[in-house]
Design a protein. Structure first.
Length: 326
């Protein structure tokens, strides 16, 4: 595959992991970093030997050398940043959550379709090889028909400003809860018959922790938990009519352990060696661009939009509206 030339918008923690990953990938050339501060961009560029640093996002999108831009800014900025990239002919890989709400997500995808450019959500677990392993185990029938799943993702991150400020579309749901929703989507799909939930809010009025119950056709159910205030085991468990499977770390699948009807461990799988796990979404994006696709099959636009709709409904149930939403 030809080398793809990439730029990053935003110079925070996620951008650092992505940069460290990309510099170790043979078919990727990370050539630019853009920040609202030229000093921050230059420091980031020096750290990862990136040849171009930009003090504005507008400078980067005007650079004809860059093909794909990774957006690593707060949730509240994704729509504006993505539109800037697309309007200037750049393909987009946008950090999760894809947007602050469904309306923004639809606007971003519609513009990409009009421009015939790739836009895809950087929901990195969707692109990982372990997804295929999970699906293979389920299709084998070893645990029977999966009927219930639980998933939790909780971190001690309540002190991070971008996660507690309503102006930045903060909250547990859009930052970590989105992983639990994607895990449920991978297993049970996106046809949901009922959504019930509970929430505990921060002093700033966004969700500090939440519990979500989704019901699906055929009597299937997902129970999901996420929080900014506590530490969890990050497990996803799929319960079937003949057994169950435990997936360690739904934020970067580590192991899959399969148990029979007697709760005896019968199969175990470990993830393949990886750089960081972020490389798979980069490779998938490069392949999509090469093939002229405007979406990645691992993370279809429909799945992104369906999950944004669910998150909008949950926030409606909780009475949470961001200041920039009408």
């Amino acid at each position: 595959m030809e080398t793809i030339k990439i730029g990053i918008i935003g110079a925070g923690g996620i951008a650092s992991i992505l940069a460290d990953t990309m510099v170790k990938m043979p078919d990727v050339e990370l050539i630019g970093i853009a920040s609202r501060s030229i000093e921050k961009a230059q420091e980031f560029a020096a750290r990862f030997s990136i040849k171009k640093a930009y003090g504005t996002y507008e400078e980067m999108v005007k650079d004809p050398e860059i093909e794909l831009i990774y957006i690593a800014t707060p949730h509240s900025e994704h729509c504006k940043n993505a539109k800037l990239c697309l309007e200037n002919g750049k393909h987009v890989l946008c950090e999760k959550s894809f947007a602050a709400n469904y309306e923004q997500a639809k606007e971003m995808i519609t513009l990409a379709e009009e421009k015939n450019l790739l836009i895809t959500e950087a929901m990195w677990i969707r692109y990982m090889p372990m997804v295929e392993t999970i699906k293979k185990v389920l299709s084998s029938g070893v645990i029977g028909e999966p009927m219930t799943l639980t998933a939790n993702l909780c971190y001690l991150i309540s002190k991070k400003p971008r996660l507690i400020e309503p102006e930045l579309a903060g909250g547990a749901l859009l930052d970590v809860g989105v992983y639990t929703l994607n895990f449920a989507s991978l297993i049970f799909g996106d046809e949901i018959t009922d959504i019930q939930s509970s929430v505990i809010k921060t002093e700033t009025g966004i969700d500090a922790q939440n519990c979500i119950t989704l019901c699906y056709p055929g009597g299937k159910m997902a129970v999901l938990n996420s929080s900014l205030r506590v530490l969890s085991d990050r497990q996803g468990i799929i319960y079937g009519t003949k057994g169950f499977m435990v997936i360690e770390n739904i934020n970067n699948f580590e192991t899959i352990k399969v148990y029979d009807v007697g709760r005896k461990l019968i199969e175990s799988y470990e993830r393949p060696e990886q750089i960081s796990g972020y490389e798979y979404q980069i490779t998938a994006s490069a392949k999509a661009i090469k093939n002229g696709w405007i979406e990645c099959p691992q993370m279809p636009h429909k799945a992104t939009l369906d999950i944004m709709k669910i998150m909008d409904e949950l926030r409606k149930q909780w009475g949470i509206q961001y200041p920039f939403e009408s």
